[in-house]
Write a protein that binds this ligand. Structure first.
Ligand SMILES: Nc1ncnc2c1ncn2[C@@H]1O[C@H](COP(=O)(O)OP(=O)(O)OP(=O)(O)O)[C@@H](O)[C@H]1O
Ligand SMILES: [Mg+2]
Length: 200
């Protein structure tokens, strides 16, 4: 895959495969194009050349909203909407969100049920990072792409989050984790890959 931004080549020959039931860690230095690649997968950016497919279907042929329901992207700096954590989890869902589903998603992201009614804007950076993961999970995606989800977390909480991601993959989810943190990636991932798809 090839991508230029503002006339500068950002990605050239990028390759990534994210199988279900596995954690794939995408390891590359700052500025190498990890966020750009993940944004291409959910069509927030369009590559200049190359193909991206979901279950064999080119993402360019999928409706972007339908694509983003199937592939959750947890952004590098997640934005919290005004209101409670629950409001944030329920935002934009087609059906009402049950408390049980909200609690399950919070737990899977390493937060307890007391966060449900907290003001989202009063959370720490690390708590926001985990709410963003829970917000992706309530959408029941087939694949979850996480852009540096542990960057704002201390080591213990980062371990909690990656262990939660491991459990989600063991349940069948395709998980892709973009990070600079190779030791953390090695702990959780089935494969650590560079942007060209080679082993990292
Ligand atoms: N909005 C933008 N417009 C133009 N160029 C951009 C934009 N965002 C990022 N870039 C450039 O694209 C390249 C790749 O950036 P990207 O954010 O994808 O890297 P990254 O690997 O995610 O880095 P980091 O680890 O710091 O998050 C960088 O050279 C960056 O300057
Ligand atoms: Mg990035």
């Amino acid at each position: 895959m090839r991508l230029a931004r503002d006339g500068r080549t950002v990605l050239d020959g990028a390759q990534l495969r994210v199988p279900p039931g596995e954690v794939t860690a995408l390891i590359a230095p700052s500025g190498a194009g990890k966020s750009s690649l993940l944004r291409c997968v959910v069509r927030l950016l369009a590559p200049d050349a190359g193909a991206i497919s979901l279950d064999g279907v080119p993402v360019a042929d999928l409706d972007p909203r339908a694509l983003r329901r199937r592939v959750g992207l947890v952004a590098q700096t997640p934005v919290m909407l005004p209101g409670t954590v629950r409001n944030n989890l329920a935002y934009g869902l087609d059906a009402p969100l049950s408390s049980a589903a909200a609690h399950d998603a919070l737990r899977a992201a390493g937060l307890d049920a007391t966060f449900h009614d907290r003001d989202a804007h009063a959370l720490s950076g690390g708590e926001r990072a985990r709410v963003a993961i829970a917000r992706a999970l309530v959408r029941r995606p087939e694949a979850l792409l996480l852009d540096e989800p542990t960057a704002a977390l201390d080591h213990d909480v980062a371990l909690l989050v990656v262990d939660a991601l491991r459990a989600l993959a063991d349940g069948g989810l395709a998980v892709c984790l973009a990070t600079h943190d190779l030791p953390l990636a090695r702990r959780v991932a089935d494969r650590c890959v560079a942007l060209d798809g080679s082993a990292a």
